[in-house]
Structures are given as C-alpha cells and as structure tokens.
Design a protein around this ligand. Structure first.
Ligand code: TXA
Ligand code: MG
Length: 550
C-alpha cells in the first residue's frame, strides 16, 4: 500500500477526514504522541488498526472525542468524578476508563466491558476528529512493542506502507502517552502515568490508588488492570538497563566497564561497540562512552518530551547495549520512569554500596530536626553548613587568597577576622561572588572527603545542605529529600527561633526557592506540618528511600 503523506493544513485535514469516513487508517499527531486513527464505531476499520500495528487483539484502544457531550453515548453513565476530571484536564493528556455502552464495538474495547476515552488538545487531532465526524480509536502509532513516535518521520518509519496516510503535525509537545485513570472500580486508579500527574489527579479527586504495574513487574499469571501493561513495551532494538545511582555513580559505573580508561575486560576485548549511555544533559560530560541525552535531570516534562525520540535515535545509531539513568519518579518523571522500565523489560540495577542522600528545604521547614531523626535511624548525617566555618577550609592557602581579595588585615598574623571579612564580602553581589569562588570549592572538597569517610563505614550518608544544588553537591546524591511546611507554619517557627520581626522573617522566607523548586528535584517530599511526628515521618522516609517511589 502507498501511504499518503499529508501536510498539516486544511486540505491535509480534509483528506484525513475523508479516508477515516471511508473506513481507512490515518496516523495523526496529538499533544502526547502520534496516534493511528480509525472510526471507533466501525469494527472492520478498528480491526485493521490491530493488523497494521501487529497489536494483540486483547489490548483495548482509546477512543478520542472533542467534546464531553460525545462521551455520553459511549458509556453506561458519567459519574460526578468523571466530569470533575474532564473539567480539570480536558482537552489534554488524560484518558478516563468507564463502563462502556452497547455502542462501542467489542474489538475497540479489546473484549472488556469498559471503554477508555480521551479528549485531545492538539488542534490538528481535534480538526481531524471533527472532519471525520465520528469518535476515533487511536493507539500510539508505533509497531506493537516498539517506542511510540513523537515526530512525523519516526511515525513514517513505523507505518509507511501499512496505512492509508500519515498527517504531519511536527513534534509532540508532551512526548509520552496520556495518563490513564480508571473510574470503573471502587476507587479511582492510575493505570498509566503521563502528562497529567498523580499529584494533580489526587488534588481533583481527593483519592487515587496507583496500580502496582506502574513501577512494578506483573507477577506471572496475574491479570493486568490495563492489558497494555503486561507486554514488553517501548523497546528499542538494544538491550536497555536502568541504572539507579547518583550522576557521579552512574558515570563511574559505566566508565568503569566501557570507558576508554576502563581496565576491565570489556574495553580490553573491544566489546564496547554499540554501548551507549542514555542520560540527563548534566551527566553527559561525566561519561566517556557515547551518550544520548534525555532532558535535564530535574525537568520531568522535558525528559518526557525527549524520551521516545531518544529511543528512536539509539536505534538509528545501532545501539546494542544501553544504560539509562533513572529519573526522579515523581510528577511527569513517574511517566518517564514507567516507560523506561518497560523499554528495559524491567532490568534495573542499583549501583552497589551505600547511597548519598541530599537533604534540602526552606527555613523553618524543620530540615535539621528531621536530619537528627534520620541520624537516630543510623544514617550518617553531615551538617554541611558547619564546613563554612571549619579550619579544614580556612587553611593557609585559603587565607592568602582571601587577603589578596579583601585586604591583608582580614587575616592578620594568620588569624581570620570573620567580622571584617563579612563586612567586606557581604556588601555587594560581586564581593560575595568573589568570596564564594574562594571558599566554595574548598567547602565542597571538605564535604566530599567527609562523605567518603562515612561511606567507607558502610553507612548511607545524608548531606544536610541548604545550598546542595547551588554547590553542585547533588551530583553525588542518589536521592534527594525535601523537607517542607506551609508558609504560615515556617513563619511561626522562624519568628520563634531567630528573633526577627515579622517583616524580616517574611522577607527571608520569600527570598528562598518556591515549593515547585523542591517538587521538581526531590524524590521524596516530607511535609512536617502534616501531623508533626518527626520520628514517624523519618521512619517512613527511611523505608521509602530503600527503593520505593514517593
Ligand atoms: O496519549 C495517548 O493516549 C495515545 C494518543 C495517540 O492518544 N494513545 C495511546 O494508546 O497511548 P495506546 O493504545 O498505545 O495505549 C492505550 C493503553 C493501553 O495500555 C491499553 O491497554 C489501555 O490504555 N486501555 C485502553 N482501554 C482500556 C480499558 N478499557 N481498560 C484498561 N486499560 C485500557
Ligand atoms: Mg502504545
């Protein structure tokens, strides 16, 4: 079959509508990934989707509509929770599963008594649905088991010659498939994470169960809530392994085996051809094997956008073995982790040895008190602030540099005059930057040395460091825990503790990063206002740090 390549304009959209009305297949762009569309109410057309993709017949399809009103005839009933979700997230990357009506053919719902429906926001997807005049069944436009396409050319690489047409909509904005939530059971259940996050769903629904298949492998013989989750998925041709380690551990792990300085056999035996790192942008300079990057470490949305294109790229580079860095499994990052685990057929390795955990949080959140609880549980907690005053940092060479920058008298007779230094260095931005350029690398070196010492004792180390990210210490951390509390709670604590006026205290709090800063970076968020029992919160955190998802 010759596949028509349709331009993303009015005539391309009209042609797509025509083909779909006649029972044909058209791959179309959506905001998530490209979808392979057919009339959802026409069994014969839908059957051809399964054939074109080599998709198992028990894996149901998502039905795409443009207005809530089109949902009504497809389902038995529309519960209040469904309407609330639609109100909050449609049009957009959310699919909702409900008991289906008799209108939906068996084949569309893979033989289940439920139907998955989604209302996309992509203007071209919407225009095609309107042009077709019927709801469209559309799975991702990949061959079954392979990574979903997020660009026109990747879509063609899967479906050229197998479908009537592909419509060019450029690159997809979200990059991973929609979030799938089922309202067909007693409690709303997240079956597939995506661009709408679990946190957002919980905010609207008040309750949400996360299906164990989201980050776990289905036990042999167990029934999948979502049939699609039981299959190996999103897999490039290479063997992928997710590596759970800090950026530095990840780099050392892969360099030790396959890097050009490796003394291990793999390098010596020249078995490094086709070995790739799939890592975040900041990590790429640390690895000395070829790397494909997948967004910044703390930007789940950009990772999602880049992930499938990266997997396709690895295929075209002829990758044989891929070691992928584990993303922070929160927010959109949970979707990235979910797809990577499937691309890896659940091969995940943890870098051996005790881990380093970053502990951050704004003033008054209770970070130090929480650190003390972790210390009671056997973690080696390093108060990094104390190194800003330690003799280890202010050695002779350091004092000489400070004298050159701020005047001989800041360290007359080899004794640091802290007050004088503070008066000279904290006056303006530029002086402060000069001070940091001298002290920060030394502080970081001291923290690293102390960390190594504690790790050698075999204990996990917690770096209690208010400026963990600014100092670059986060590249040592396998996990980051953020301790937070609502602003009024923090304000009250700071007032009680530091003897400031309310205006001063507020100014201090407002100068600190907002909650979103920590949400994007932390594997685990601990809200110390939530009940307040720090010992209990610390025990829970310790449990979750041993591999769980927060
Ligand atoms: O973003 C998306 O959702 C894309 C674009 C094209 O809209 N579509 C997509 O479809 O990802 P697909 O077929 O690749 O994934 C649909 C997933 C599968 O895991 C399937 O098993 C599940 O949703 N699913 C569909 N209907 C279901 C149902 N009634 N009950 C449980 N799971 C269902
Ligand atoms: Mg799919």
């Amino acid at each position: 079959m010759t596949t028509e390549q349709l331009a993303g304009n009015a005539s391309g959209i009209a042609r797509a509508g025509e083909i779909l009305r006649a029972g044909g297949l058209v791959a179309i762009p959506t905001e998530t990934v490209y979808g392979l569309a057919a009339n959802a109410l026409d069994s014969d057309a839908v059957r051809r989707i399964y054939a074109a993709k080599d998709r198992p017949a028990d894996n149901p399809l998502i039905v795409h509509i443009t207005e809530i009103i089109q949902w009504l005839p497809l389902v038995e009933s529309l519960p209040e929770e469904a309407l609330r979700l639609a109100e909050a997230f449609w049009p957009g990357p959310l699919t909702v599963i409900l008991k289906k009506s008799g209108l939906v053919p068996e084949i569309t719902s893979g033989g289940l008594d439920t139907v998955a429906v989604r209302c996309p926001s992509h203007p071209m997807a919407r225009a095609v649905i309107e042009a077709a005049g019927v709801p469209l069944a559309a799975p991702s436009a990949n061959l079954s088991g392979r990574p979903s396409p997020t660009s026109f050319s990747d879509t063609l690489s899967h479906l050229d010659g197998r479908v009537e047409a592909v419509l060019d909509g450029g690159d997809c904005a979200v990059g991973v498939e929609s979030t799938v939530v089922s309202l067909a059971g007693d409690c709303p259940r997240l079956l597939r994470p995506g661009g709408v996050t679990a946190e957002q769903l919980r905010q609207v629904l008040g309750r949400l169960e996360i299906d164990s298949a989201v980050t776990g492998m289905l036990a042999p013989g167990a029934r999948a809530a979502s049939p699609g989750m039981k299959y190996k998925h999103y897999a490039p041709k290479a063997e992928v392994t997710v590596v759970d380690g800090s950026p530095e551990e990840f780099a050392a792990w892969i360099n030790g085996r396959y890097g050009h300085k490796s003394t291990e056999t793999a390098y010596a035996k020249k078995e490094t051809a086709g070995v790739f790192a799939l890592c975040f942008e900041e990590t790429a300079p640390l690895v000395d094997v070829p790397a494909v990057t997948c967004g910044p470490r703390y930007h789940g949305a950009r990772q999602a956008q880049a992930l499938f294109a990266a997997l396709h790229q690895l295929d075209s580079l002829g990758a044989r073995l891929v070691y992928a860095q584990r993303p922070v499994p929160r927010g959109v990052g949970l979707a990235v982790y979910n797809r990577l685990l499937r691309a890896a057929a659940f091969r995940e390795e943890q870098v051996p040895g005790p881990m380093v955990i970053g502990l951050v949080g704004p003033s008054g959140a209770g970070k130090s008190a929480f650190g003390a609880e972790l210390s009671r549980l056997g973690f080696g907690v390093l108060d990094c602030d104390r190194f800003t005053r330690s003799a280890q940092v202010y050695d002779g060479a350091c004092l000489a540099e400070l004298q050159a920058a701020f005047g001989e008298d800041v360290a007359a007779a080899g004794v640091l005059d802290r007050q004088l230094l503070a008066a000279r260095a904290f006056g303006d931005q530029e002086s402060r930057a000069r001070l940091e350029a001298i002290t920060l690398p030394r502080i970081v070196r001291a923290v690293r040395a102390e960390t190594e010492r504690l790790l050698a004792e075999g204990r996990p180390v917690v770096l209690d460091a208010p400026t963990l990210f600014e100092a670059g210490l986060d590249s040592m951390c396998r996990r980051v825990v953020a301790v937070t509390a609502p602003e009024p709670v923090r304000l009250a604590r700071v007032l009680r503790r530091d003897g400031l006026t309310e205006a001063q205290a507020l100014q201090r709090l407002r100068a600190q990063p907002p909650l979103e800063f920590y949400q994007a970076r932390a594997d685990l968020l601990v809200d110390t206002a939530e009940g307040g029992d720090l010992a209990r919160l610390a025990r829970r955190a310790a449990r979750e740090l041993k591999g769980g998802v927060g």
